[in-house]
Design a protein around this ligand. Structure first.
Ligand code: TRP
Length: 376
């Protein structure tokens, strides 16, 4: 693991304090977490975040899960596949153990009042602050193009994702900490400027996940788009083929050396995660049997580990009515929370004019305009 910065260390300590409080008073926490629907979720998602969401849900914390569809607009390819990808992710969540009766699953696009929060929030951050965000910088460098307005404002959108429901806990990996700082900054500034007497927004805490980030099969960051992860939905044969193609090195004897032999160490980390073992002991067990044996064990372990989840997924994935109903109920819940927050924001901003919630019925208008508003 790379050396942690002082602020990461603080966040890590804070997380262990929070874990104790969650166990004592789970109902005082509301978790908001989400994924960008750029492709099917993979085993890294399961081990890194999905299992943790289910754990929090089962401890009695309210968990709200966002499928961040407005965050994939930069990717035209993804747009075309969005319906299948989003339904597939809902199936991944349900198969992983997210219980739709307790935990809402929703999308940005179904909750206009969440997106509207971006407007007042944009007024609270400077252009320079937006350019300083490390993810925005990395994306800009990777694409070689200046960021679009949407890319630049994405940490602000993420603040709306979290604050619309007054979530106070956000389970994240280290890479997401700067975004959470932006959310905290926006909450703080909004409260100072508009709600000094009684703060509207909590400053949410990051809950860092204990399990370290697993790298992809090629040793790079595991991601939905680079095809180096093992999708939860992959067949057992496909899983075997992916692992067969994973790079190793020319040394026969298997040892665990994350610095000197990152590719091999990475496969051992995955094997350890899937079997609950220790990567060093697993390496000693394989030793001179070599990479072929490592890959055979890994294939067996991953397929066995994912088998029950894949079975549950297969049972529901064809039932799009059910998946849409789950999403519909989650969207309704999110809209209720977001409408409520936006009304409070409007009140604090002085945007309190007549009949704002329901402009037509009961307005007493009989004019042409009222008929037009009401429609045929
Ligand atoms: N940006 C997150 C990712 O790339 C997804 C996301 C969107 C998110 N909004 C969020 C995560 C709010 C936590 C909270 O994975």
């Amino acid at each position: 693991m790379p050396e942690l910065t002082p602020s990461q260390q603080v966040a890590l300590q804070r997380s262990s304090t929070l874990e104790q409080r969650i166990r004592q008073d789970p109902e005082t926490f509301r978790v908001l977490t989400g994924d960008r629907p750029t492709g099917p979720l993979h085993i890294g998602h399961y081990l890194g975040t999905l299992a943790n969401r289910v754990r929090l849900q089962d401890l009695g914390v309210e968990v709200i899960v966002l499928i961040a569809d407005y965050q994939v607009m930069t990717d035209r390819q993804a747009g075309r596949q969005l319906p299948a990808t989003v339904r597939g992710i809902v199936a991944d969540y349900l198969a992983a153990g997210i219980d739709p009766d307790r935990s809402a699953i929703f999308t940005h696009s179904a909750v206009p009042s969440l997106n509207e929060l971006v407007l007042p929030f944009l007024s609270l951050v400077s252009d320079a602050e937006l350019h300083r965000n490390p993810t925005v910088k990395a994306e800009t460098e990777a694409t070689g193009k200046p960021p679009t307005g949407l890319m630049l404002s994405y940490p602000v959108h993420q603040a709306a994702d979290i604050l619309f429901c007054q979530a106070n806990l956000v389970p994240v990996g280290l890479d997401q900490l700067p975004h959470l700082e932006t959310t905290r900054l926006i909450a703080r500034r909004f409260n100072q400027r508009y709600a000094a007497e009684s703060p509207l927004f909590p400053e949410p805490d990051a809950l860092l996940t204990a399990s370290p980030m697993l790298a992809g099969l090629d040793g790079k960051k595991m991601s939905k788009t680079s095809g180096n992860g093992i999708a939860l939905q992959a067949t057992e044969d496909h899983t075997a083929a992916l692992i067969r193609r994973a790079p190793t090195d020319s040394e026969r004897r298997i040892t665990y050396d994350p610095v000197g032999r990152p590719a091999v160490a990475n496969l051992l980390d995955l094997l350890a995660a899937a079997t609950g073992g220790n990567p060093r002991h697993l390496a000693d067990g394989i030793a001179n049997a070599g990479a072929g044996q490592l890959k055979a064990l890994l294939t067996e372990a991953v397929n066995e580990f994912l088998r029950p989840l894949r079975q549950r997924r297969a049972d529901i994935v064809e039932d799009t009515d059910h998946l849409d109903a789950v999403l519909g109920a989650g969207n309704a819940r999110a809209r209720e929370l977001a409408d409520n927050t936006l009304t409070k924001v409007h009140d604090l901003l002085g945007m309190t004019y007549a009949n704002r919630r329901n402009p037509v019925s009961g307005s007493g208008l009989t004019s042409t305009l009222a008929r037009r508003v009401a429609g045929p």
